[in-house]
Design a protein around this ligand. Structure first.
Ligand code: NAD
Length: 284
């Protein structure tokens, strides 16, 4: 257990103590050289998060189901890419030890868990199989990835940041998305509990709760949701836009900015939060 007179400092400058005025002049300096693991880092929100941290000098490991590399390989863009299936405990533990023990990159100091999936159907029409897909990837995936990173940080006794991409579906119900909504509520519950347990180690744990973000997942959901509700994609899109007080749907960069904020010196005093990035659509 540390206190403000005895801060835990790590190589990249993350600390358990309050940021001083200098840290606020360059709040992203702590990210330079930091090892940042981004799951789901191939496309969508994960791609934007990956590129945002890369631009701030972090050593970014982007892990994704769609990549085949069994060990981290340096991409020409500058990040390391590697295969992972977040729903598979062995795949996740193998990835984290490949990064921390074998690759020479070192301890993962920041996790942004973006990997996720969604099935769509009314609850009465949902099979146990489809229900389980969302629980395995979103709920269990968040758990095993956060657990592996927290274990690594505890083992070396340094602070860090764990950021889980949940959803406003962690706070509200949504038609035809019962399995997804339940899985994202689980992510927020995990966030709150892990935040309590990791606070003594100087590790903050927060969830980001995006609203309607323009990605491949959202475009697929408009097609499937439209079919289930007897609406065209254009009608669903118009409904989406009409629900957002700020008058536009979100971009992956809207979400990446909040992940950067949480990992920077600006985010030092937040833990256990579910931060809405919804253009005002969700306010609780
Ligand atoms: N797009 C939205 O409107 C929205 C809103 C709220 C929350 N989210 C959440 O944001 C996250 C990213 O969503 P997105 O819209 O960018 O989706 P996306 O489908 O565009 O990208 C998801 C990425 O995760 C990867 N992935 C899927 N399953 C995986 C697994 N088992 N292991 C490793 N990687 C896996 C995919 O290959 C893909 O690259 C998800 O958790 C999603 O639930 C999205």
């Amino acid at each position: 257990m540390t206190n403000s007179t005895d801060p835990v400092l790590d190589a990249s400058g993350h600390s358990t103590s309050a940021p001083d005025a200098e840290a606020l002049l360059d709040p992203f300096a702590v990210l330079s050289g930091e090892v940042v693991l981004v799951t789901g880092g191939r496309q969508g929100i994960g791609e934007a998060v990956r590129d945002a941290f890369l631009a701030h000098g972090a050593r970014v490991v982007a892990a994704d189901l769609a990549w085949e590399d069994p060990i981290p390989v340096r991409d020409e863009a500058g990040y390391w890419r590697v295969h992972v299936d977040v729903s598979d405990e062995q795949s996740v533990d193998g990835l984290v030890s490949a990064v921390e023990a074998d690759s020479g990159l070192g301890t993962v100091g920041v996790l942004v868990n973006c990997a996720g999936t969604s099935t769509m159907s009314r609850v009465v029409d949902t099979s146990v199989y489809d229900w389980q897909i969302d629980q395995d990837v979103n709920a269990r995936g968040s758990f095993v990835v956060a657990r592996a990173v927290a274990r690594g940080l505890e083992a070396v006794g340094r602070p860090g940041r764990i950021i889980l991409i949940a959803s406003q579906a962690a706070k509200n119900g949504y038609r035809c998305m019962g399995a997804y909504v339940a899985s994202k509520h689980a992510v927020l519950g995990l966030t709150k509990t892990l935040a309590l347990e990791e606070a003594p180690f100087g590790i903050t744990v927060n969830a980001v709760c995006p609203g309607i973000i323009e990605t491949a997942m959202k475009r697929r959901e408009r097609v499937e949701g439209g079919a289930l509700r007897g609406m065209s994609v254009e009608e669903i899109e118009a409904e989406d836009n009409s629900q957002v007080p700020l008058g536009r749907t979100g971009t992956p960069q809207d979400v990446a900015g909040v992940a950067l904020f949480l990992a920077s010196s600006l985010g030092s005093y937040l833990t256990g939060q579910g931060i809405n990035v919804t253009g005002g659509m969700t306010m609780q």
